[in-house]
Design a protein around this ligand. Sequence first.
Ligand SMILES: Cc1cc2nc3c(=O)[nH]c(=O)nc-3n(C[C@H](O)[C@H](O)[C@H](O)COP(=O)(O)OP(=O)(O)OC[C@H]3O[C@@H](n4cnc5c(N)ncnc54)[C@H](O)[C@@H]3O)c2cc1C
Length: 456
Amino acid sequence: MRRRAKVAVVGAGAAGLVAARELLREGHASVSVFEKSGRVGGTWAYDPRADADPLGRHDPDSPGGAVHGSLYASLRTNLPRELMGFSGFPMAGGRVFAGDPRTFPGHREVLAFLDAFAEESGVLTHVRLRTEVLRVRPLGNEQGERWVVAWRGEDGEVAEEVFDAVVVCNGHCTVPLVPKIRGIDKWRGKQMHSHNYRVPEPFRESNVVVVGLGASGIDIAREISYVAKEVHIAARYSEDRLGKIERYQNVWLHAEIDCIQDDGRVKFAEGSAVAADTILYCTGYRYHFPFLDLDGLTVDDNRVGPLYRHVFPPKYAPNLSFVGLPSKTVIFPSFELESKWVAAVLSGRVTLPSEEVMMAAVREDYRRMEEAARPKRHTHALWPEWVEYVNWLADQVGEPHLDARLCDMYERALKCIWSLDDRYRDRWEEEEKVHNGGDSAVSSVLGINLPEHRIA
Ligand SMILES: Cc1cc2nc3c(=O)[nH]c(=O)nc-3n(C[C@H](O)[C@H](O)[C@H](O)COP(=O)(O)OP(=O)(O)OC[C@H]3O[C@@H](n4cnc5c(N)ncnc54)[C@H](O)[C@@H]3O)c2cc1C
């Protein structure tokens, strides 16, 4: 007998939408998706507003206080659309949702894709918009047999409802992670986190230090360089590429920031120093669950734990789960497989190991990370083992492994991002067209040889 659970999903971004679809497909009794904003799509709903504090140091516990979105106006996807679809509902294959057929479309196209997905999958009717989850707690003294969800609706009223299970999909690109810089008290310029970056104009004629060389850091540094006097990127693992970046007029690559000197200049680890107007942190985000306060479940140095395979906290499994924590993977396909796993475990079609066995697996994962000297904060950053994870999830739910061509495409996209080639998206597309979409065509542009550790 399959169990048909009453399930609450927190958040109607890409993760919450696909989680809801899989729960419905699995035949669960009811699925309610709580969404605090006025629409579905989460991150992909571009929000021109920025936080009052440029570093996003709002009180993250004060509900509704922060701007959720972190997209900049010009943002195009950093992955090709083929890697951003769901099974039975691809984004590629000639499908266009907001008039932007590019291989790496702008954010409006992704949002329109998610709107269409919500509608056509039937999930939209299960979404409660403008309904913010304030608290999720186990009922009574139970260890998570059932859950009480407290939320505030549009009218400001707070209500509670009991569910059999809760799937947390609240997104993880909202609360800035800002590194501590030695001597920052001597800094007299501006500071901002990429969460609050929207357009380059405020940086006209100024000198900017961009910290971090992830996808956003690279995009933003490039965009600012067209209006700024100088852009200096500070990044780890950049030792062999230090100095002026050839293809830009006014961009230099440095090692990470060492300190702010007494004279207020920014000193980099390789020894050089620059005077700057702004430090712009493109240093990622913190996992944050203001509605959860559970014994034995913590966020420590950006490790959410303990979690069995990034999804189930052993103590509260299977009725509490998280979809969408991993990064450095094919994000949408990972969301879908995690969701399928959650839906199948909740129905009883798939069983989890005992709490002890799950805890032992978590401890083993942590041990292996330590052995490999990987910092705790990278717990949910899956590269280079992302394929193993995605295929492991597929095995749990009897789905085929990820197509080798797509695996290859993702690795190549990462190398493109790292190549600092500001035209990689268009070049990829041009070559795709010339060679009629052949994989070998893409590889000439993308066969960039970079040391493997740079991609992490
Ligand atoms: C700048 C940037 C560029 C990116 N580019 C790409 C890319 O090219 N390709 C890619 O695959 N991914 C990209 N990503 C990653 C992106 O985060 C994922 O694609 C995905 O959209 C995340 O979906 P999510 O559902 O986990 O979170 P979100 O999209 O953040 O959705 C979470 C939802 O939960 C809601 N919510 C939160 N708390 C509550 C609460 N208490 N009650 C009710 N509702 C709540 C929020 O309002 C939101 O709608 C990018 C991210 C950023 C920031």
